[in-house]
Structures are given as structure tokens and as C-alpha cells.
Design a protein around this ligand. Structure first.
Ligand code: ZN
Ligand code: ZN
Length: 115
């Protein structure tokens, strides 16, 4: 019975479909009809959540990553980098290079007893 509704985003002006599933979800939670398309909502959400660090000078080194990394300082080389997970305070975090280097040269005492 319920079908998709085409709505216009108030942010980017693009039409987006307010699907039947979304309509059910929204009415279930008591939300009103969305004014923004999905990507604008996501952008807004990300903005609010990740709006922390005021420190400038951070440069994203991997443009291929979708901006979902957490900026950290590598415990190996001390360079700023991003990791795709939330680092824990008690664990060292490494940049990609250091991580691969560590992983590649499995330090002595591994499980393998092969010569
Ligand atoms: Zn939009
Ligand atoms: Zn490093």
C-alpha cells in the first residue's frame, strides 16, 4: 500500500526517494518527513560526531580512504596517520607502513618452529 515518495533535499536540492521502509521507520519513531537526502543527512551526522580536534595541520595521506579513519600518531615512526578503528589507549597504533613492516617481519618467538 505504501510506496516510495520522491522528496527534494533542502540542502543539495536533489530529489531522493523516501522509501516505504524509511517511512515506516520514521513514523515508528515519531520522526517527521526528512528534509534532506540520505547523503546530506549522513554528512550532517558525521559532522556532529567527528567535530572534535581543533588542531590544524592534519593532512590526510590516503585520499582513497573514505574519511572514516581515526587520526592518530603512529607509535612506530611518530607520524600522524589514520586507522580504520577506534584506538585504545593502552595499545600502540601504527601507520600502515609500520603495521605492515611489523606484520611482515614476525618478530622472533612465533608459533612456527620451521627453519
Ligand atoms: Zn542532499
Ligand atoms: Zn609509522
Amino acid at each position: 500500500m505504501a510506496g516510495d515518495i520522491q522528496l527534494q533535499c533542502s540542502d543539495c536540492g536533489q530529489e531522493f526517494s523516501f522509501t516505504a521502509a524509511d517511512q515506516a521507520f520514521f513514523s515508528e519513531r515519531g520522526f517527521s518527513t526528512p528534509k534532506r537526502c540520505k547523503s546530506c543527512r549522513m554528512a550532517k551526522k558525521g559532522e556532529q560526531q567527528g567535530g572534535g580536534g581543533g588542531g590544524g595541520g592534519y593532512r590526510s595521506q590516503s585520499p582513497s580512504s573514505h574519511g572514516s579513519g581515526t587520526p592518530v600518531i603512529c607509535s612506530g615512526c611518530g607520524q600522524p596517520t589514520t586507522v580504520p578503528f577506534e584506538p585504545r589507549g593502552d595499545r600502540p597504533v601504527f601507520c600502515r607502513d609500520c603495521y605492515v613492516a611489523r606484520k611482515g617481519s614476525s618478530g622472533g618467538g612465533g608459533g612456527r618452529g620451521r627453519y
